[in-house]
Design a protein around this ligand. Structure first.
Ligand SMILES: NC(=O)c1ccc[n+]([C@@H]2O[C@H](COP(=O)([O-])OP(=O)(O)OC[C@H]3O[C@@H](n4cnc5c(N)ncnc54)[C@H](O)[C@@H]3O)[C@@H](O)[C@H]2O)c1
Ligand SMILES: O=c1ccn([C@@H]2O[C@H](COP(=O)(O)OP(=O)(O)O[C@H]3O[C@H](CO)[C@@H](O)[C@H](O)[C@H]3O)[C@@H](O)[C@H]2O)c(=O)[nH]1
Length: 337
């Protein structure tokens, strides 16, 4: 590889961004993190990696950092991520995910950044008519979160064509688990993700877990998702960056394993790992939830040579549980001292 750019990771103090930072550092890339710590935490950024606190809306600040650190590539994780909240507060999502991304992309073009990798989502597909969902399936988001991300995808593709910005659009399906070496995990206390909530319920951090919707047209009536381990996803980012450096152009891939689990199957897997039943309550459907999202996940393997190393539901649950135990133990130790 002839070029080793300095990588600016927006949202690098958050869940997926912090795992990508570890993967980049492990792969030998110099990294700078930019984060407003709205949901991310300082402790998620490894020692030796500069963390600059700021908001991506502040494009002058971003330009200063790009020039000061001679940034050659951006991985853009910063954003608002809760589907149901996007239904209640759509403009928050259009501002943070669309408008702020526009400013960031514009700043990259202005300052000559060459490579841009964007955290997109399966939510751009809405309620697909055919499964598994390939990258060319119709994009008809059913919630503002998905729409806010789809608009950013389009801005990137158009900018890539007009200005030569090498662009990687990574559509993540449901991200779960934690770094198997225990260096990072999902830190947001109010996180809404199924596996995170389930392991918190298993540890008594939450009083229980609700199953949102039991009358979907699926084998057991609950929603189906294609869960991907966060460390495999982080590795995909390094491969995507190498691809852009080597080949240029665009890259648009689903990030998933290509197989789905219902909510009940996930909860059964958690119960198996902890060896006892979870306090589960059936509840009404949650706004904005599509019944099933399962990817066709060949393109990422074909184009990037991506080989998942953590693709069992059990490992996702075990690593999430190990991380949650550690967070709970640390909180207990702080209360005692
Ligand atoms: N978690 C998933 O299952 C999932 C699936 C698909 C896509 N994504 C996308 O991946 C990205 C990362 O998600 P995550 O799960 O790590 O969420 P997260 O909330 O843990 O991380 C987001 C990070 O961005 C920061 N941030 C938010 N707005 C900012 C702003 N205006 N300026 C600076 N920093 C800001 C937050 O402080 C946080 O550290 C998001 O763009 C999300 O839409 C996540
Ligand atoms: O306490 C809970 C939490 C979730 N669910 C259900 O579990 C499934 C998965 O939900 P969740 O883990 O919250 O993820 P999603 O709403 O599918 O969204 C995630 O996955 C999307 C991609 O598929 C990303 O775009 C989003 O950012 C990310 O939050 C859904 O059917 C939920 O209704 C429950 O039943 N109970």
């Amino acid at each position: 590889m002839d070029e080793i750019p300095v990588v600016l990771v927006t949202g690098g103090a958050g869940y997926i961004g912090s795992h990508a930072v570890l993967a980049l550092v492990d792969a030998g890339f110099p990294v700078v993190v930019f984060d407003n710590l709205s949901t991310g935490v300082r402790s998620a950024v490894p020692e030796g990696v500069p963390l600059i606190e700021g908001d991506i809306a502040d494009t002058d600040h971003i330009a200063e950092i790009i020039q000061g650190f001679q940034i050659g590539a951006i991985m853009h994780f910063a954003g608002s991520i809760v589907v149901s909240e996007s239904v209640e507060k759509p403009l928050k999502y259009y501002r943070n995910n669309t408008l702020n991304s526009l400013g960031l992309i514009e700043t990259c073009v202005r300052t000559g950044v060459k490579h841009f990798i964007f955290s997109s989502t399966a939510a751009v597909y809405g309620e697909p008519e055919t499964y598994p969902i390939d990258e060319d399936a119709p994009k008809r988001p059913i919630n503002p979160y998905g729409s806010s991300k789809l608009m950013t995808e389009q801005m990137l593709l158009d900018t890539s064509a007009a200005d030569g910005l090498n662009t990687g659009i990574l559509r993540y399906f449901n991200v779960a688990g934690a770094d198997p070496a225990g260096r990072a995990g999902q830190n947001t206390p109010a996180a809404t993700h199924l596996i995170k909530v389930a392991v918190q319920a298993a540890l008594g951090v939450r009083s229980g877990i609700s199953v949102f919707g039991t009358d979907y047209d699926t084998p057991d009536g609950t929603c189906i998702r294609d869960y991907i381990h966060v460390s495999d996803l982080a590795d995909a980012h390094v491969l995507a960056l190498r691809h852009l450096i080597g080949k240029g152009g665009n890259l648009l891939v689903n990030c998933a394993y290509g197989r789905g689990f219902t909510v009940r199957e996930v909860l059964t897997a958690v119960e198996k790992v902890i060896g006892r039943p979870l306090p589960v309550t059936d509840a009404p459907r949650r706004a904005g939830d599509p019944p099933a999202l399962v990817a066709k996940a060949d393109r990422i393997r074909d184009l990037l040579g991506w080989k998942p190393a953590h693709d069992s539901l059990e490992e996702m649950v075990e690593t999430a549980l190990a991380w949650e135990r550690r967070v709970a133990d640390e909180a207990k130790a702080r209360r005692v001292s």
